[in-house]
Design a protein around this ligand. Structure first.
Ligand SMILES: [Fe+2]
Length: 454
């Protein structure tokens, strides 16, 4: 199984993809044409993602045919069609019908959008799960994998059995890290929900469902082949709200979001992919701040939407941001627009966002010292919700679990991060007082260890 197959006759196009592939060490196969493969198929023709260049295809109605051939000659989990400019709805529907999953503009090859899609489909194709969430004497409706580290491949442990006896479960427990395939997320969530037992397990199931609909939300907002209607936008937003609400219900019992988030981590810390994790934190703190359930769900939805605009910035800027490197002035100017772009994207795809939600998203990078962006609002005008979102992005990044290290002390990380926030001029004093109170009530920082800050 290889990561990427690219079909293009355009050397510039190929170079662009090669550049991305080398950055993430994707195993890539390049072909200039695929018609000859109909009679002489590749020996190894299974790829996680196919990127098909449709930029040189003069007749738009040929695009459907290209996708059909691609689906015939390659076995792919996800197929991206790249076109020179936005195609009409009828063409988009046709290529989707023939098997394209996502339509991208040629000009977007340079944006962080490509990284997001490839990361979700290739790097996060397998999702870590916990052995203690599996229940003896149940039947699995999905496969469980383990990672052969030196080969970088995932192999199914459950290839020959589906009924979980005590003995088999013990064997699975003995494997250090276990995974499921992303396509089985729903089956896994249903399994967890069916085999109730403890709140942490149920909350994790809801968190995974939220992650799944988040990806769908991102696709709806960024796919150039999506022609959303008010109906579709409303439905998707309702579904996200429903999953946020269900997650919130279980979070109330669990309280410690790190039990849910870090064990179900999907995506790179510090990247847009962490949005559902931020929503999870926001749910707990929002309730303890005193927001009612509906307003807490609003806040969680803001967390999902607030950084989608970052997918439109150049990939170079996104990589710098991930590694905390300085942006040049032009990159920074563009970056400063992302809260506005997030709202623009949501509205352009007909997501019915209330005025206050738009305002929260716009304010997620404003600062108490009026040095934020995009409007440089003064501190006392900032609302609690956007300041909390900003705080949580930083906290989540600071809570990153590094490979091969012992589990971090989350209490200490939170206390240290709160102290840093109190010492900075980023947040207004009203927010900081409310935040500290809410974090204490939620048990995210313990009263008795307040002094234990290093
Ligand atoms: Fe942001």
């Amino acid at each position: 199984m290889r990561d990427l197959i690219v079909v293009s006759q355009n050397q510039r196009f190929i170079n662009d993809i090669k550049h991305i592939a080398s950055e993430y060490s994707f195993e890539t196969h390049i072909m200039h044409e695929m018609d000859s493969l109909v009679d002489n198929p590749l020996e190894e023709n299974y790829f996680k993602v196919g990127i098909i260049d449709g930029t040189l295809t003069s007749a738009k109605n040929e695009l459907g045919g290209i996708i059909q051939v691609a689906r015939m000659v390659f076995d792919m989990e996800f197929l991206i069609l790249v076109v020179p400019k936005r195609v009409e709805q009828a063409i988009a529907e046709e290529v989707k019908k023939y098997g394209a999953n996502y339509i991208l503009l040629d000009s977007e090859l340079e944006t962080a959008k490509v990284d997001f899609i490839l990361s979700q489909v290739i790097r996060c194709a397998f999702i870590p799960i916990k052995a203690e969430d599996l229940v003896v004497d149940t039947r699995l409706t999905f496969d469980i994998y383990h990672l052969i580290a030196h080969k970088g491949r995932f192999l199914p442990i459950t290839a020959f059995f589906k009924d979980l006896t005590e003995k088999r479960l013990e064997k699975i427990r003995a494997v250090n890290e276990i995974y499921i395939h992303r396509r089985d997320l729903k089956a896994y969530g249903d399994y967890l929900a069916k085999n109730e037992g403890n709140e942490v397990r149920l909350a994790r199931a809801k968190f995974l469902s939220l992650n799944d609909s988040y990806i769908e939300l991102v696709q709806l907002l960024t796919d150039q082949g999506e022609f959303s209607s008010f109906e579709k936008g409303k439905k998707l937003l309702e579904r996200c709200r429903q999953f946020c609400g269900e997650l919130l219900f279980h979070l109330k019992q669990v309280k410690d979001p790190t039990l849910i988030i870090n064990n179900s981590a999907i995506g790179d810390f510090g990247s847009v992919e962490r949005s559902p994790a931020i929503a999870c934190y926001a749910g707990v703190i929002g309730l303890d701040y005193g927001l009612n359930e509906e307003k807490t769900i609003d806040l969680m939805v803001c967390c999902l939407l607030s950084d989608i605009g970052l997918l439109t910035i150049p990939r170079g800027s996104a990589i710098k941001l991930k590694h905390d490197l300085k942006l040049n002035s032009e990159e920074f100017r563009e970056y400063c627009r992302h809260p506005l772009v997030s709202v623009e994207l949501a509205l352009s795809r007909k997501l019915p966002l209330e005025e206050r939600i738009r305002e929260y998203i716009h304010q997620t990078h404003e600062q108490a010292d009026a040095k934020g962006f995009p409007y440089q609002l003064v501190g006392d005008r900032l609302k609690f919700e956007p300041q909390l979102i900003r705080f949580l992005w930083g906290l989540d990044k600071a809570s990153q679990i590094k490979l091969n290290t012992s589990r971090p002390d989350f209490q200490r990380i939170r206390r240290r991060f709160l102290k840093q926030a109190q010492d900075s001029k980023t947040f207004n004093s009203g927010f900081l007082i409310s935040l500290e109170g809410a974090m204490k009530r939620a048990g995210l920082i313990h009263r008795e260890t307040e002094r234990d800050i290093d």
